[in-house]
Structure formats: structure tokens, C-alpha cells
Design a protein around this ligand. Structure first.
Ligand code: SF4
Length: 371
């Protein structure tokens, strides 16, 4: 069976204020050794991939030589149908890198634009400007890419409703195929969270953020970017296959420091420490630091919790086919209450459920209750 592959590139030029992903400052020598290790591990997989996703961290911070090392390992696993995505930051994408991606069969690039207002980009602690973003998009188009995604963050402290609408409207004019729009969250132990605790920043109220979200959805829909998951919008046919696999609770291989894998009902976390990862990998030792073996019921409940976040929702037949469980027997307790509160609705033939527009505002709570 074809596999989904996630490769973590844990290097960034500078840590953003709100970020809790595993990453370390980019160091050329360390990155070179790291790329050698992950290239070796990818080669050992000896399989064809349905999707490949290079995420981070900042994959585009790697040098051309380092990128070639990783791409050469991935190449034998690509077929004409493989969705091959890479995350880029606007300041580190060059024309040469965009050309290299294209020549190696990358067919989907997402850019961490976050905002089209330099003031808000700086508040997030990011190092690019909106000019970098516009330039990066033109590099990608020049290289021949026809599947480009933009990531946005909204609900940034100090942002008004009109600022958010402006950001989304600009994104819609860029001729990209996919837009992700995430609400800023104050993750524990991040500089942004500490600022909030010291009362140096004032988060926007939940009610205002909910209003912003509904307007974001409406503005995007007018430009044919349809919501297919809580925070993800695409022109029809450009939904991320890699991420859809996550929301189906499908299996995937995770390569790299801090990467997660999910195979045969076992979720594994790779050690989130680049030097230790390299040392273990070179010594031929396992790079996995933790395992979680899920029971059949836990797997089924997780599947419900992920899938409910999608616009299509949960078809009871699909659920039975992939988990072996009757959805309503498994989740009966919570579903009726969500239906009464107007968070979910049944399919016309009562053979499935999905979130309502109101339910999308409470998707995290609905999802958590299903676990
Ligand atoms: S570039 Fe991305 S991964 Fe790196 S610190 Fe910023 S948000 Fe985190």
C-alpha cells in the first residue's frame, strides 16, 4: 500500500513569538549532517509514496545542496500521482530553490505569509516582509507551479475586523489555489504567551475572533475558496491530500527530529533533539523516543475526532468501513447533545453527520468530546 511521508526540517532562522513547533537555529554544518541522516532513512523505506510533505521548521532555509540530498532520497518513491508538498517561508525562498523544487517533482508549495501588513507580521516575531511574500509567489509562478498555498494567521492582538478582511482579500487576489487561515493561539511556554501573562499584550476576545472567522469564511467563499476543514480552504480540486489523510486518521511515516508517525495503530514520536537524533541515526539506533499503542476503540474515537473537523463530516458507512464500529453506538452520548445545541446536523438521509456553520466555531470542543 502507498504511504504518506512526513519529513520534518527542524531549522529556522529565528523563532517566531507564537511558535511551539520543534525547531533550532539554522546551522549549516548541523543541517548538512541532519540531511544526510534523513536521506539515509528515507532511502531505507523503499516504497512509493501517495503524498510527501516537507514541513518544519523551515524547509526553505536549507541550502540547494542540502535540499538536493533530501530530494534525491525521495525521488525513487515518487509516482506521477504523488502529491509532493513543501512549506516555505517568504524570506528564504529564492528563484533557484523554486526551480529546484519544480525540477525534483514538488507539485505543491505553501508559503507562510501570515499577514499582508508588515506591522502584524512583526508582532508575530517573523522576519519577512509583505514584499518578500509577493516576490516568493512570483518565483513560484515563474518556476511553473500551479498549486500554491498561502498560510494566514488572524486574531493577532491589535488587529481589527477590517485588518483581517484586508489580509484575506489580498490573499484572494494572488492567484493561489489554497489558503489556510488559523486563529492565533497563545501556546504555553512561547514568548507570546509570556507577554500575555505579563499583560503586555491583550488577546482579542473569543466573540470578536468568532466574528472574524465567520467573515473570513464568507470572503474566501466569494472567491471560490471553499472550506474543507475548519482552517483550510481551497479552489475545488486543490485540497491537500496529505492533510486529508490526517483527518481520515490514515497512516503515515514520520522522518526527522520531533516528527510523529502513525502505523498499524501505533503512534510514535521521534526524539525532538537534532544532535541526539543524528547520533542515534548514525549509530543505527532507533530515533523513536515514545510509542503509543492505540486500542481499536481509541483508534475509532480518534478517527471521529479528526474527521468531524472536515466539511464533509462523518458518513456512518465510511466510519464503519475504516474502523469496524457503528458510529452512533460509539458516540451516541455526545452527538444528541451537539445536535440539540445546533453544532452538528445529520445528512439528509440520516446516514452521517457534519458540523453546522455554528458548529465550526466550536470544532475544537466537539472534536475533544469525541475522544
Ligand atoms: S518559521 Fe515556522 S516553525 Fe519556524 S519558528 Fe516561525 S512559526 Fe515556528
Amino acid at each position: 500500500m502507498l504511504k504518506s511521508l512526513y519529513v520534518h526540517i527542524p531549522f529556522c532562522r529565528k523563532k517566531c513569538e507564537y511558535c511551539n513547533f520543534y525547531s533550532v537555529p539554522y546551522d549549516e554544518q548541523l543541517a548538512q549532517e541532519y540531511c544526510d541522516c534523513i536521506a539515509k532513512e528515507i532511502r531505507l523505506l523503499k516504497t512509493e509514496f501517495s503524498t510527501v510533505y516537507l514541513g518544519g521548521g523551515t524547509p526553505s532555509v536549507l541550502s540547494i545542496k542540502q535540499l538536493q540530498r533530501v530530494f534525491n532520497a525521495i525521488k525513487p518513491g515518487l509516482s506521477t500521482d504523488t502529491e509532493f508538498s513543501i512549506e516555505c517561508n517568504p524570506e528564504s525562498l529564492t528563484q533557484d530553490k523554486a526551480d529546484l523544487f519544480f525540477s525534483y517533482g514538488v507539485n505543491r508549495v505553501t508559503l507562510g505569509a501570515q499577514s499582508f501588513d508588515d506591522n502584524f507580521i512583526q508582532k508575530l516575531g517573523r522576519i519577512h516582509s509583505i514584499d518578500d511574500t509577493f516576490r516568493a509567489i512570483s518565483f513560484l509562478k515563474q518556476s511553473g507551479f500551479s498549486n500554491i498555498g498561502i498560510d494566514l494567521i488572524f486574531g493577532i492582538y491589535g488587529q481589527f475586523f477590517d485588518d483581517v478582511i484586508k489580509d484575506v482579500s489580498v490573499a484572494c487576489t494572488l492567484g493561489v489555489q489554497h489558503i489556510s487561515a488559523y486563529i492565533l493561539s497563545y501556546e504555553e511556554n512561547t514568548p507570546l504567551c509570556f507577554k500575555m501573562q505579563r499583560k503586555e499584550v491583550q488577546p482579542i476576545s473569543d466573540a470578536e475572533v468568532a466574528d472574524m472567522y465567520q467573515s473570513v469564511v464568507a470572503v474566501l467563499a466569494k472567491s471560490d475558496y471553499l472550506r474543507y476543514e475548519v482552517s483550510n480552504f481551497a479552489i475545488n480540486g486543490y485540497e491537500s491530500k496529505h492533510n486529508l489523510n490526517y483527518w481520515d486518521n490514515g497512516e503515515y511515516v514520520g522522518i526527522g527530529a520531533g516528527a510523529v508517525g502513525y502505523l498499524n495503530g501505533i503512534r510514535s514520536n521521534n526524539i525532538a533533539d537534532v544532535p541526539a537524533y543524528i547520533a542515534r541515526s548514525c549509530a543505527g539506533e532507533s530515533v523513536i523516543s515514545e510509542f503509543e499503542s492505540l486500542s481499536d476503540v481509541d483508534r475509532a474515537k480518534e478517527t471521529a475526532a479528526f474527521k468531524i473537523r472536515t466539511a464533509v463530516g462523518i458518513s456512518f458507512k465510511w466510519f464503519f468501513d475504516v474502523t469496524g464500529f457503528d458510529f452512533m453506538e460509539l458516540e451516541n452520548g455526545v452527538i444528541e447533545s451537539f445536535a440539540e445545541q445546533g453544532f452538528i446536523e445529520y445528512y439528509p438521509d440520516n446516514d452521517g453527520i457534519k458540523l453546522t456553520d455554528k458548529g465550526f466555531l466550536f470544532a475544537d470542543s466537539v472534536s475533544m468530546e469525541m475522544l
